[in-house]
Design a protein around this ligand. Structure first.
Ligand code: FES
Length: 149
């Protein structure tokens, strides 16, 4: 099942035109995260060195090599968000969920991470939950956003 899924995704990979990162995104979307076993299979089917696949998987913050919660909260830590109060947002998220950066809640509902600029500096401070971005965050707005999950 696992091997069949990876084989199917990598079959569409053309090393000339499709970056490895796109393949890894597709595999992650289907399987949840990129375990060591998954990375080995990707390397096998793409006929690439495992070190190259592992290097890309661990370099990009949007790729996960460890099992995460159902929802991943990424708090932007780049300068514009920092100036607009991302530290307060981060503290608020930590307190509400009772977890630190890199941790997952006991009920496996949320994982917390930092990220660099999300490209929405005009509405700083911003966070991303899964693939959705929320800006102009305040403590009240954060509460409303978290309730959606
Ligand atoms: S610095 Fe946070 S979105 Fe750009």
């Amino acid at each position: 099942m696992l091997e069949a899924s990876i084989k199917e995704i990598t079959e569409n990979f053309e090393s000339e035109t499709t970056p490895l990162i796109s393949v890894l995104h597709k595999v992650q979307a289907k399987l949840g995260y990129l375990s060591e076993e998954v990375l080995e299979l990707v390397a096998k089917y793409l006929d690439l060195p495992l070190s190259k696949v592992y290097g890309v998987a661990t370099f990009y913050t949007l790729l996960d090599t460890e099992e995460k919660g159902e929802n991943i909260i990424r708090v932007c830590e780049s300068a514009p968000c920092h100036v607009k109060g991302s530290t307060n947002v981060l503290t608020e998220v930590k307190e509400r969920l009772g977890i630190d950066i890199g941790e997952t809640t006991e009920d496996n509902k949320f994982s917390l991470e930092l990220t660099s600029c999300l490209g929405v500096c005009g509405v700083a401070p911003a966070i991303m939950i899964n693939d959705r971005v929320y800006g102009n965050l305040t403590a009240n707005k954060l509460e409303t956003v978290l309730k959606k999950y």
